[in-house]
Design a protein around this ligand. Structure first.
Ligand SMILES: [Zn+2]
Length: 459
């Protein structure tokens, strides 16, 4: 019961130590700042307005399954008013925003009904209002929506004279470019006037379909540690950029917590002198799941740990858990969690039309089986260490088909630090001191894991 006792005491310490969380990076490099996002519906048209400090080029396109509208901007800063983001209005349901890749910020709109982008333009400053990027969405049929979703290439259009606006905007506003309603269904790109437009990066057309290649790799045998050779460990802070992950009861984003924890863990691992730790991301940016796996493979890592925090409807559920890859989920909760975590690409507006499932090919591979055994071994070591110190879920080592754990030749685990839906877990995870304590447990379990491997190799 040692673990339980501690979990009740720690949050008290945590209260005064909420500092040191990885917030969004400084916006110094950003050329323009989004200062407000508004949505309104008039005469069947849903209008999204993004207020900007400077003129930018942007592009917009639709994606299906589920229906989304993606707006790509050059890298911008975000300084939104301290009130909730716009709620469901017209076809609009909700939105996410963030850095998609260096030089490219992205807004993803979930839409309630199929819609077409009928207009997109920039309004010049007027009175107290600065630059505004405007996008009009009009309901369309499912057939039309699906036919056009993600298909047509993004076009960059030169500024041209503006046709008049309906209802919502004043005729005095000067539009840089307006997309004609007759071209409703196709993705549109809009450029701002002036020399800045040419410097702003716009999205290239979607890549051609890719073939999934079966992995045929020899298992990467853990080597006997040579003198001075450090173990390479990849730390993967879950989510990022346009994908915030789960949101805590105090409003904290999972993506910020995971990055703070990853940095802490890297620091502590490297302090031992026995590890070289690399992060899959060291800023608030979106990274595709398969690219996270690729980072580990490129680095020839010997261990991959993906860091997350969970959230469930039942606020009383708390504790940490460690997950490893398996064809079949160990239980329904594990399956639901995997489904949720695997949605990251979808959430950030990645077009998954051309992605093919690689699961079958990967799972039959011998290398995968061997690394799955090692993953399970490390997971057991970590769970043992956690159980000694904090509260863990009853089935604290679980299995499911997590996309981020699919490096075929690298032992990989997913660490759910706790529940952001639970008040005491959330408070604890917000504290730097608690995260440092968790990181110390992970370091000890990694040392034990590699020590066992070295011992086994010597025999
Ligand atoms: Zn997560």
């Amino acid at each position: 019961m040692l673990g339980l006792g501690r979990v009740f005491r720690w949050p008290l310490v945590a209260l005064s130590l909420t500092a040191g969380l990885a917030g969004p990076g400084p916006a110094v490099a950003a050329e323009s700042v989004v200062t407000d996002i508004r949505v309104a519906e008039r005469a069947g048209v849903t209008r999204m307005v993004f207020e900007l400090t400077r003129k930018v080029a942007f592009s917009a396109f639709t994606l299906g399954n589920p229906a989304r509208v993606v707006i790509d901007l050059p890298e911008v800063g975000w300084r939104l008013p301290a009130r909730p983001l716009p709620g469901a209005t017209g076809v609009f349901e909700k939105l996410r925003y963030g850095l998609y890749k260096p030089g490219n910020s992205r807004v993803v709109l979930d839409i309630r009904t199929p819609a077409a982008i009928t207009r997109a333009f920039i309004l010049e400053p007027q009175g107290e209002k600065g630059f505004r990027a405007v996008i009009d969405l009009t309901p369309t049929t499912s057939e039309t929506f699906l036919r056009n979703a993600g298909k047509a290439p993004v076009r960059v259009t030169a500024p041209r004279p503006s046709p008049p606006l309906p209802a919502a905007a004043s005729p005095k506003n000067k539009m840089v470019l307006v997309k004609g309603p007759d071209q409703a269904a196709a993705p549109v790109a809009v450029t701002a006037k002036g020399p800045k437009a040419s410097r702003s990066g716009l999205q290239p057309p979607p890549p051609p379909p890719q073939q999934a290649t079966p992995f045929r790799l020899a298992p990467r045998k853990p080597e006997l540690k040579r003198r001075g050779k450090k173990r390479v460990v990849i730390i993967d802070p879950g989510h990022g950029g346009a994908d915030p992950g789960t949101i805590g009861i105090s409003g904290i984003y999972e993506k910020h917590l995971t990055l703070s924890m990853a940095r802490e863990l890297k620091k502590r691992l490297e302090r031992t002198g026995r590890f070289k730790a690399l992060l899959t991301r060291d800023r608030d940016i979106f990274i595709r799941l398969r690219d996270r796996v690729q980072v580990a493979r490129d680095a020839k890592a010997e261990l991959f740990i993906s860091i997350h925090a969970d959230s469930v409807r039942d606020k009383s559920i708390k504790g940490s858990a460690v997950y490893t890859l398996s064809e079949k989920a160990s239980d329904r909760e594990a399956q639901e969690l995997a489904d949720k975590e695997n949605k990251a690409d979808l959430i950030a507006g990645v077009d998954l039309t051309y992605e093919t499932p690689e699961v079958t090919n990967i799972l039959i591979d011998l290398a995968q089986r061997e690394s799955m055994n090692q993953s399970a071994r490390f997971a057991a070591t970590l769970v043992k260490e956690l159980r000694r110190n904090i509260k863990v879920l009853r089935n604290s080592h679980r299995f499911a088909g997590f996309a981020v754990l699919k490096a075929p030749d690298i032992p990989s685990v997913l660490f759910e630090m706790g529940f952001l839906s639970n008040p005491s877990d959330e408070r604890a995870l917000r504290s730097r001191k608690y995260r440092a304590r968790l990181a110390a447990m992970v370091v000890r379990s990694m040392e034990a894991y590699f020590a066992r491997i070295e011992e086994a190799t010597r025999k």
